[in-house]
Design a protein. Structure first.
Length: 319
């Protein structure tokens, strides 16, 4: 069984990428599970939100799972593994392995050899996922920061939810942090960085490279639509067009949603996306110089407007 996680800053195109992968007949998929953020908690703290406070207690830091993560696993098992029995584990590592086994079983029942899970915030839990599912593959979806912040605002206006709360400044900081996490994995063989603009602009080429990374059978043509449920269009209407898994151009919302002053602020405070995109292109080309230059490009990509490097990621949960 091959296990795939699609991650990225929300509104970066993760649903489109998940749906495109799920169009392959060997792939099982499902709605966002929110599992690891429920299991481990402190997603806002990991994003670096200034007002965030930890919800973890000493027993969580000692390896116990968050109670709502155990409840979330129980809910998922009722849908995808109704015959599974036995007490729910208390340690987060055991819960994570049980979660993986549940998805293995669900995919196997449909005679699929791969499963793909997409929860954007799982970007914040890459180390913990890799600890418990060491053969997992991660697809990182990147998108221009101004477009992401505009899309967040647009989705929040359509249907107000906690998921998109916080305003322009918070989401600019979150996008910057996401870029830092992405770039830290640029040369990791279990991680693949994909710029959504490239997928839309040259779908066939980008799909072939992604398909090869995921070891999907190239002789199997893609289905007309995903073979599994990706999302609920009633409760998440902003995902409707992406659920088809067919890449198509999207309109630029930033000019309509932001004034000149806001756009100028975003361009000043967001890290340089073209530098990041160039590093991704170089890595994909397999340039002999990439090993020597990746650190330079990665470092430049995660510098703030003041030219100072941002602090490195920190692990917040025990192994």
């Amino acid at each position: 069984m091959r296990r795939i996680f699609v991650v990225g800053c929300p509104r970066s195109g993760t649903t489109l990428v998940q749906a495109m992968i799920a169009r392959h007949p060997d792939v099982f998929s499902l709605r966002e599970t929110y599992f690891f953020e429920s299991l481990l908690g402190d997603a806002q703290l990991r994003w670096g939100d200034r007002e965030a406070r930890s919800t973890r207690r000493w027993y969580h830091r000692a390896g116990m799972a968050q109670s709502w993560g155990r409840r979330r696993l129980h809910e998922l098992e009722r849908v995808h593994a109704p015959r599974r029995r036995g007490p729910m584990p208390r340690r987060w590592t055991a819960c994570a392995r049980r979660y993986s086994a549940m998805l293995d079983d669900a995919a196997g029942k449909q005679q699929r050899m791969h499963w793909v899970e997409k929860t954007p915030n799982h970007l914040l839990f890459l180390d913990e996922i890799a600890d418990c599912i060491p053969d997992a593959r991660f697809v990182h979806v990147l998108r221009n920061g101004v477009d992401v912040v505009a899309s967040v605002r647009d989705a929040d206006m359509r249907l107000e939810t906690r998921a998109f709360s916080g305003g322009m400044v918070r989401w600019a900081r979150r996008w910057n942090h996401a870029m830092e996490v992405h770039m830290a994995r640029l040369d990791n063989p279990h991680h693949y960085l994909l710029c959504i603009e490239d997928l839309i602009g040259n779908t066939e080429k980008e799909w072939e490279m992604l398909r090869d990374f995921l070891a999907l059978d190239p002789d199997e043509p893609l289905l007309a639509s995903p073979g599994c449920e990706i999302a609920d269009a009633q409760t998440e209407p902003w995902k409707t067009s992406a659920m088809t898994g067919i890449a198509k151009c999207v309109s630029d919302k930033s000019a309509a949603l932001f004034g000149m002053q806001s756009l100028a602020w975003l361009r000043k405070h967001l890290v340089n996306y073209e530098t990041i995109r160039g590093a991704v292109h170089e890595q994909h080309r397999g340039s002999p110089a990439k090993s020597g230059r990746r650190g330079e490009l990665g470092s430049a990509a995660v510098r703030g407007p003041d030219g100072k490097s941002r602090p490195a990621e920190r692990r917040l949960t025990p192994r």
